[in-house]
Design a protein around this ligand. Structure first.
Ligand SMILES: [Zn+2]
Length: 114
């Protein structure tokens, strides 16, 4: 009882959001450094990036490089990538901005680089 198919319950909304994220999720990430493709990566919250639908990132299992991709409007993705590059600098490690503006490094998600 009570199993009527209602629309828009919080749980269903959460499932829809997850389904949307799953739809955006690529089958694999490819490391820019060694071209290794891998499938173990996470969706990254990016609430402040306008025009960006989703961000996915993970660590290359071969060389330890952090790989990050943006999904969204092409122009927004290009802008986000440029902004990210600037933020990273030449040899900074990848990371992301949390809700309160802190920079979160990926380091604690896997082995140390090198
Ligand atoms: Zn790699």
């Amino acid at each position: 009882m009570g199993e009527a198919k209602k629309r828009g319950t919080p749980q269903e909304r959460a499932e829809q959001a997850r389904a949307r994220l799953d739809a955006l999720r690529p089958a694999q990430l490819v490391c820019g450094a060694c071209k290794t493709a891998f499938t173990t990566f996470d969706a990254i919250p990016a609430p402040d990036l306008r025009g960006i639908d989703a961000v996915f990132g993970g660590q290359c299992p071969s060389c330890g490089n952090d790989v990050l991709i943006f999904k969204g409007e092409p122009q927004a993705v290009a802008d986000a990538m440029l902004a990210w590059e600037k933020m990273m600098g030449a040899d900074a490690k990848l990371g992301y901005q949390s809700d309160d503006g802190r920079h979160i490094a990926f380091e604690d998600k896997g082995e140390e680089l090198h």
